[in-house]
Design a protein around this ligand. Structure first.
Ligand code: ADP
Ligand code: MG
Length: 256
């Protein structure tokens, strides 16, 4: 589904060129979840943004290949990339980059997404929207569908964003600390939902998290990042049982 091969991402800064991601490679099959872990600043978010081609203006992927469904994303035009982001790939960020449409009710936005991506009728989509909101822990979903985004709290909007991302049964889901700002019960609920949907629609998931409990729960495999590089990649059991790189060993020791 996805092959990331030796990507290098650089930023132009006032002090010169900064290499944020270097020689990063991993594969992901349909239905599989890879967790990217590593300390703050290790290049996890930049890796995600590189794959999506959503880097800030001063950043560029300067080497490597990103094959998605056989196409090298680095060779596609901005227009083709927009199409891929609108259809096959969904993303959830800790701080939403894409936001909800302020002039559409929650129900209309979710409904449109479901009609567009899953070919549901308007009525089916409405019902499914309520279900999805319920599943991401939105209280009184029947009422919320009629609300506009500004009426919701930040945490609630994040849940709606997650419901939006999941509504289109994406081939690839990229989630960057999606539940960090939410309370633990909601977090567990959302992760369970992501897992169910990944299995049901064979979604390949890249999940960035600093929570090793989440890793144990969600990951098939794990890439450990340190200073812009993947220093270790392993199946989740292998990594917990027998970490190899000194950084990973330290990370595992930090688990109470
Ligand atoms: P994290 O693993 O915490 O997600 P990031 O991927 O956000 O780390 O950052 C990796 C490195 O890239 C950091 O050194 C960060 O300072 C740098 N970086 C990220 N965005 C920019 C930018 N727009 N300009 C310059 N440097 C950046
Ligand atoms: Mg980050």
């Amino acid at each position: 589904m996805l092959e990331v091969r030796g990507i290098k991402t650089e930023f132009r800064t006032d002090d010169g060129v900064l290499t944020a991601v270097d020689e990063v490679s991993f594969d992901l099959r349909a239905g599989e979840t890879i967790c990217l872990v590593g300390e703050s600043g290790s290049g996890k978010s930049v890796t995600a943004l590189s794959i999506l081609r959503l880097l800030p203006r001063n950043g560029d992927v300067t080497a490597g290949e990103i094959r998605f469904d056989g196409r090298d994303l680095l060779q596609l035009s901005a227009e083709q990339m927009r199409e891929i982001r609108g259809n096959a790939v969904a993303m959830v960020f800790q701080e939403p980059m894409t936001s909800l449409n302020p002039v559409l009710t929650i129900g209309d936005q979710l409904g449109e997404s479901l009609q567009l991506h899953l070919g549901m009728s308007k009525q089916e989509a409405r019902g499914r929207a309520v279900e999805l909101l319920e599943m991401v822990g939105v209280p009184r979903p029947r009422q919320i569908v009629g609300d506009y985004p500004h009426r919701l709290s930040g945490g609630m909007r994040q849940r709606v964003m997650i419901a939006m991302a999941l509504s289109c049964s994406p081939a690839l889901l990229i989630a960057d600390e999606p539940t960090t700002a939410l309370d633990v019960t909601i977090q567990a609920q959302i992760l369970t939902l992501m897992k169910e949907l990944a299995e049901a629609s064979r979604t390949a998931t890249i999940l960035i998290t600093h929570d090793l409990g989440v890793v144990a729960e969600m990951a098939d495999k794990v890439a450990v990042m340190y200073a812009g590089q993947v220093v270790e990649e392993a199946g989740v059991f292998e990594l917990f049982d027998n970490p190899k790189h000194p950084y990973t060993v330290g990370l595992m020791k930090s688990i109470p």
